[in-house]
Design a protein around this ligand. Structure first.
Ligand SMILES: [Zn+2]
Length: 111
């Protein structure tokens, strides 16, 4: 079953569940097919690289691993707490708003 999310790239989110619980960061990427988000500097994993022409020594690369988007919540800039978002229609434009205080999130809506 597909679920939707109101999360967008660039949102500040807090991790609610799992290994990175309590951490917060900026959404780097939203993967709508796999229902996952990549959050900056959160849920880092080490990738071991084979030596290649560009990188003859090989080495270890740390990068963000995706998390289920249901495990993170956006942080409202006004409440400064993790909140649920809802849609708010103003002048026929659908915007995202904080479910608690109604503060508008980033204005652009790109699905
Ligand atoms: Zn709020």
């Amino acid at each position: 079953m597909q679920t939707a999310t109101l999360l967008r790239k660039g949102d500040l989110v807090q991790v609610m569940v799992g290994r990175a619980k309590g951490k917060s960061g900026k959404v780097l990427r939203v993967d709508r097919k796999y229902e996952r988000v990549y959050v900056e500097k959160v849920n880092m994993v080490k990738r071991h690289l084979k030596p290649s022409r560009a990188n003859p020594q090989g080495g270890v690369l740390e990068k963000e691993a995706p998390m289920r988007w249901s495990n993170v919540m956006p942080v409202c800039p006004k409440c400064a707490k993790p909140v649920r978002l809802r849609h708010q229609v103003t002048k026929e434009v659908r915007q995202r708003a904080c479910g608690k205080c109604g503060a508008l999130m980033a204005a652009t809506h790109n699905v």
